[in-house]
Write a protein that binds this ligand. Structure first.
Ligand code: UD1
Ligand code: UDP
Length: 364
């Protein structure tokens, strides 16, 4: 069967890496990767194809940045043309970005079946663009791969026929296991930055609610700056956040206190994660990777989709309401350490399971 995989943003390359490898090992699949171009800088895109051995995209649509409507609309128009030409038997989408929604919508309107990996995640916060993208994608999809029991239950609760939902486990866990050794042998980032294992905080920030609201951005960066008096803070800076800090004239101050580096490649990022004393983030993927590597995490949001991590005590939610809230939250998280053991994300073979179910026509 010909499968068109639509990806476009950083976390999707990582998710697709493990499933593409499973497709290559299975018989009877011809996978064609379509890159929308939502992310386009080398360190937001091509580095992942190189480091993770992802097959090069069959088509690169070069859509680039824009407002939600403009970006999604441009994607929709071009993906439709591509699907008409390619005539796949299935379109595969990942996660909750604008590329996910455009891929699923273009396929659905052409009556091409859609499979959604990382289905059923919910924040129940409709102001998040990702929440709209994931709800719509789930309700358009024919085959839904839920990473956790909670995600599968969310789908059932929304009336999605249970025969369409499969509890697959999390493909990001597969990737974390698969690439950990490669990261350890190939990354030299700790040496380059002069960091000692267990003696720094790793932070990432890119969520729209944190970059586009001045009070939250200000709270996060002054809170991190206050933390840096006690322990170094390393921050691979997402381009969206760099632009916001420049706009609000906060970048100079941030650079004085924090170890700001460009977005990291995956192997360097894994190395920074595994050796951190604490991870402070608003990323979905990074919250989980902290847990995979046994590193405590603090999440700079009002809620999380990955509720298991909070239940197990590995993750604390700290809304960035002011610099003190962020600084004090970090102090508490550093003192508290890790949580209880658990395995909510499967057995590290989610990708093979997904491909097996697709080979079986979407049946278990
Ligand atoms: C997108 C996803 C988000 C995901 C994140 C992963 C949506 C709505 N959001 O957010 O769910 O968590 O990717 O990182 O799909 N930019 C560059 N170079 C790039 C890419 C982006 O400079 O290669 C800058 C541009 O100024 C752009 C801004 O970052 O306007 C935001 O990029 P965009 O893809 O729209 O959203 P993200 O914040 O990256
Ligand atoms: N990541 C990376 N380099 C970075 C920041 C993140 O390789 O500088 C990886 C991270 O390890 C994880 C994924 O990107 O696998 C998470 O993507 P991101 O935080 O951009 O998006 P989200 O998961 O929030 O959608």
């Amino acid at each position: 069967m010909k499968v068109v995989t639509v990806v476009g943003a950083r976390p999707q390359f990582i998710k697709a890496a493990t499933v593409s490898r499973a497709f290559a090992h299975a018989r009877g699949f011809d996978e064609r990767i379509i890159h929308t171009g939502q992310h386009y800088d080398d360190n937001m895109s091509d580095v992942f194809f190189r480091e993770l051995d992802i097959p090069p995209p069959a088509r690169h649509l070069g859509i680039g940045s824009g407002s939600h409507g403009a970006q999604t609309g441009r994607m929709l128009e071009v993906i439709e043309q591509v699907l008409v030409e390619e005539q796949p038997g299935l379109v595969l989408v990942y996660g909750d970005t604008n590329s996910t929604l455009a891929g699923a919508l273009a396929a659905t309107k052409l009556h091409i079946p859609v499979a959604h990996v990382e289905a059923g995640l919910r924040s129940y916060n409709r102001r998040m663009p990702e929440e709209i993208n994931r709800v719509l994608t789930d309700h358009m999809s024919d085959v839904l791969f839920a990473p956790t029991r909670g995600a599968a239950a969310n789908l059932a609760g929304e009336g999605i026929d249970e025969s369409r939902t499969h509890l697959s486990g999390d493909v990001m866990y597969d990737a974390a296991l698969f690439y950990a050794e490669k990261a350890e042998s190939e990354s030299t980032i700790l040496h380059e930055l002069g960091l000692a294992p267990g003696e720094y905080v790793l932070a990432t920030v890119h969520r729209a609610e944190n970059t586009d609201e001045f009070e939250r951005l200000d709270a996060i960066f002054y809170g991190l700056a206050a933390t840096s008096a006690d322990i170094p803070v390393v921050l691979p800076l997402h381009p969206r956040t760099r632009a916001a800090l420049e706009r609000e004239r906060l970048l100079g101050e941030a650079e004085e206190h924090l170890m700001i580096i460009p977005p990291a490649g995956y192997l360097d990022m894994v190395t920074l994660e595994t050796n951190a004393r604490l991870i402070v983030t608003d990323s979905g993927g990074v919250q989980k990777e902290a847990f995979f590597y046994g590193v405590p995490c603090m999440t700079l949001r009002d809620e999380t989709e990955w509720v298991e991590l909070v239940e197990l005590g590995w993750n604390r939610i700290v809304p960035p309401t002011g610099p003190e809230a962020v600084r004090d939250g970090i102090k508490l998280a550093l003192a508290a350490g890790g949580g209880r053991p658990g395995q909510p994300y499967g057995d590290g073979h989610a990708a093979e399971r997904i491909v097996r179910i697709l080979a079986n026509g979407g049946h278990r």
